[in-house]
Ligand binder design. Structure first.
Ligand SMILES: Cc1cc2nc3c(=O)[nH]c(=O)nc-3n(C[C@H](O)[C@H](O)[C@H](O)COP(=O)(O)OP(=O)(O)OC[C@H]3O[C@@H](n4cnc5c(N)ncnc54)[C@H](O)[C@@H]3O)c2cc1C
Length: 447
């Protein structure tokens, strides 16, 4: 069985040099996932000199381990946004996801990117009685806003109610990122990590892991979870949710894209002759037993009479009020993150929003995703997340062996399925040799 995502095995990625000299640029993008590459792409046609640095390989962090769905049928997120922010914000959010899908489709066509983009019906299902009214409320909301949905049936999962929309897609996220990157002429550096940012006069000085200096007017933080904590306080602006995934040989006449309404999530889709199955999602500070989670996942797949060929895990940031953080953090520092496990749409959209912010153009989503917004949820959940951070920090000390995460000092746990060192607090990951492979940590560890 391969302990990598099915996407990582589907393509040989292009490579880019490491930065080995000091440079000056107008815009520095930190991170080459969907957010960074989309931003870079949208800034191509502007007058600015843009540079992107990626601490490992382009696309190989969170983006390469997702399920590759492009949909606005986003489990219970829609219901949560409706309850917290109201109908208008929910409609704006759904429209933002539809725009992101449309823009992705157009770019795939324009650049002729071979990324297995296919139209599919997206379904949300529940087998819990208490969730049916909530799912029906979302169905009614969509219908009232002229978005075509219908109730549905499916044989793969046990369900009491399913709703389905037709104008959604699936693709191979890594092939998409690689195809988009090929069309970028500005400079990209791999194996180059930013470890320090200071403000000097009217520019920022960024120091890389090799002690090279980058002077820049703008910084785009596209690093998923930013290492640079203070004064942005990301550890209390959300929590990390981890899920376990598999891909097994599977023959199906039609493509499938299914997700359960709520936690513990089950998310399913087809890809060529495989079925991708995700389950056992949890907040990283609640359960840290990777082995047990993998065993449970395998049991579920075996019940479907499937034999997995790929196993992997992935984590994303869940924000305090369930909307992403995209926009100006402070001065000329702009961020795109906090996608609540829906970053293939939100991260792609972030690129066009960030471009408009830098060009000082209007964009209808700037207010919606303002990273400095304050509301009752951002305040109360900050307190809870602060407490959970301390709790997971303490819990991590009860685990052995004691290797510390360079981010905030939590003890790392060895994930012996994927052979990685994983941080239970904020999701940093290191390979078996100690190389940092997932933010927020931007330094390697000594093993
Ligand atoms: C299990 C799971 C399934 C998902 N499935 C879907 C899906 O089907 N559809 C969907 O829309 N979304 C999905 N998502 C969400 C989506 O994968 C993420 O939201 C998205 O990939 C995040 O992209 P990103 O560019 O912000 O981060 P990343 O892809 O993690 O990119 C950030 C990059 O920054 C680099 N970096 C970090 N720190 C530094 C530094 N200091 N210097 C230089 N580089 C740095 C990292 O190496 C990394 O490559 C899923 C998430 C999970 C957890």
């Amino acid at each position: 069985m391969k302990k990598i995502s099915i996407w990582e095995d589907s393509i040989k990625l292009d490579s880019y040099n490491k930065l080995n000299h000091n440079i000056k640029t107008d815009i520095l993008i930190i991170g080459g996932g969907i957010t960074g590459i989309s931003t870079m792409y949208y800034l191509e046609e502007t007058k600015y000199k843009v540079t992107l640095v990626e601490q490992n390989k382009i696309g190989m962090a969170t983006t390469s381990k997702s399920t590759g769905k492009l949909t606005y049928m986003q489990n219970d997120l829609l219901y949560k946004i409706k309850k917290i922010h109201g109908d208008k914000v929910l409609l704006d959010y759904i429209n933002s996801q539809k725009d992101a899908i449309k823009m992705t489709k157009e770019i795939v066509k324009k650049l002729d990117i071979d990324c297995n983009l296919e139209k599919v019906s997206s379904e949300i299902f529940t087998n819990k009685d208490n969730e049916i009214p909530k799912l029906k409320e979302i169905e009614e909301f969509l219908i009232n806003n002229n978005i075509k949905v219908s109730s549905s049936k499916n044989n793969i999962v046990n369900s009491k109610y399913i709703i389905k929309a037709n104008d959604t897609y699936i693709y191979n996220p890594l092939k998409f990122i690689n195809g988009l990157t090929k069309n970028i002429k500005n400079n990209i550096y791999e194996n180059t990590s930013i470890i320090k940012i200071t403000k000097e006069h009217d520019y920022y000085k960024c120091i890389t892991n090799d002690n090279k200096e980058i002077k820049t007017k703008y910084i785009v933080l596209a690093s998923h979870y930013p290492y640079f904590n203070i004064p942005y306080m990301f550890p209390i602006k959300g929590y990390i949710e981890k899920s376990y995934l598999s891909a097994s040989p599977y023959k199906s006449k039609n493509n499938i894209s299914l997700i359960s309404y709520s936690n513990p999530f089950i998310s399913i889709r087809t890809y060529e002759n495989y079925l991708i199955y995700l389950s056992n999602s949890h907040s990283t500070n609640k359960s840290i037993n990777d082995n047990k989670n993998y065993q449970e996942l395998i049991k579920k797949i075996n019940n479907l009479k499937l034999n997995p060929e790929y196993l992997w895990s992935n984590s994303d940031i869940i924000t305090n009020d369930y909307l992403p953080y995209i926009g100006v953090l402070k001065d000329n520092i702009i961020i795109g993150t906090g996608y609540n496990t829906w970053g293939l749409t939100n991260g792609f959209l972030a690129g066009s929003i960030i471009k408009d912010i830098i060009l000082k153009k209007d964009n209808k989503y700037i207010n919606l995703f303002n990273p400095n917004r304050i509301n009752i949820n951002t305040i109360t959940k900050s307190i809870t997340n602060g407490y959970k951070n301390i709790d997971s920090f303490i819990k991590s000390y009860k685990e052995k062996p004691k290797i510390k995460c360079p981010h905030m000092g939590c003890n790392l746990i060895y994930n012996d399925i994927e052979n990685t060192w994983d941080c239970p607090c904020h999701g940093s990951r290191f390979n078996e040799h100690g190389k940092s492979i997932s933010s927020p940590a931007n330094k390697d560890i000594d093993i």
